[in-house]
Design a binder for this molecule. Structure first.
Ligand code: DC
Length: 225
């Protein structure tokens, strides 16, 4: 069987990572979280005290950054930044906006493009992000655009933050989601948008299991997996 590539794109908080991780485990294929890769760059810029919007500052930092995504037998994607495991740190809420800001620089996207393609070259993958179906894997066998209303995504994100022990008020979470939606879909390079050949799934009124079943149906229809 040839490698199967499943691209899942969509705005933050649509449930991409949780769903993709679970589907990958069920299908026995690799899950690649590309947001984590951008977060790792964002984390470096944050720890260096640099302005993530300053293209020259970010460009100057790139040669000093070595990023690796290591997929362990535990199914987790560990992010290694200059030899240090930063898998936990990149999930801090303040890193989300840093990741979004650095991801708008063409140099950062070019720097990470080959790395993402390489991960899908030798094995079947489910890869989630913002531009997987449009730019990273334009020939993916399955493309899904996963979305939900901003209010529902904010509520889900709130729960996630609570479970992680870093709660934030609803209004703040909603405002952050709306800002990231705007920034991610209005940047000049590789903006968040649905690929023409992607299937759109709106999970506003679906729970986790219903969303997973719907995605599995789409994947099976297109791949015979
Ligand atoms: O999926 P996430 O929230 O962990 O992603 C963090 C940020 O990284 C997101 O706001 C935009 C950026 N990103 C991107 O530009 N392209 C991707 N393929 C994945 C993430």
């Amino acid at each position: 069987m040839n490698n199967i590539r499943i691209a899942i794109d969509g705005p933050s908080g649509a449930g991409k990572s949780t769903l993709a991780r679970s589907l990958a485990a069920k299908l026995g294929i690799l899950y690649v979280d590309t947001g984590a890769i951008y977060r790792t760059i964002g984390y470096q810029i944050y720890t260096q005290g640099l302005d993530p919007k300053d293209a020259a500052a970010v460009d100057g930092e790139l040669p000093r950054i070595q990023v690796e995504a290591v997929h362990g037998d535990d199914g987790l994607q560990h992010m290694i930044l200059n030899g240090r495991d930063v898998t936990q740190e990149i999930r801090l809420p303040e890193i989300s906006l840093y990741a979004s800001a650095v991801s708008a620089h063409p140099s950062v996207r070019a720097y990470l493009l080959d790395m993402q393609r390489q991960l899908a070259r030798t094995q079947s993958v489910i890869m989630d992000g913002r531009d997987i179906g449009t730019v990273v894997l334009p020939d993916a066998e399955v493309k899904i655009f996963l979305t939900a209303s901003p209010e529902v995504r904010a509520r889900r994100r709130m729960l996630e933050l609570e479970q992680r022990g870093t709660p934030e008020p609803y209004d703040q979470v909603l405002a952050e989601i709306q800002k990231r939606d705007w920034d991610d879909s209005h940047r000049a390079i590789s903006p968040l948008r649905q690929a023409e050949d992607a299937v759109r799934l709106d999970t506003t009124d679906l729970d986790f299991q219903e969303s997973e079943e719907a995605l599995m149906r789409i994947i099976r229809e297109r791949t015979g997996l």
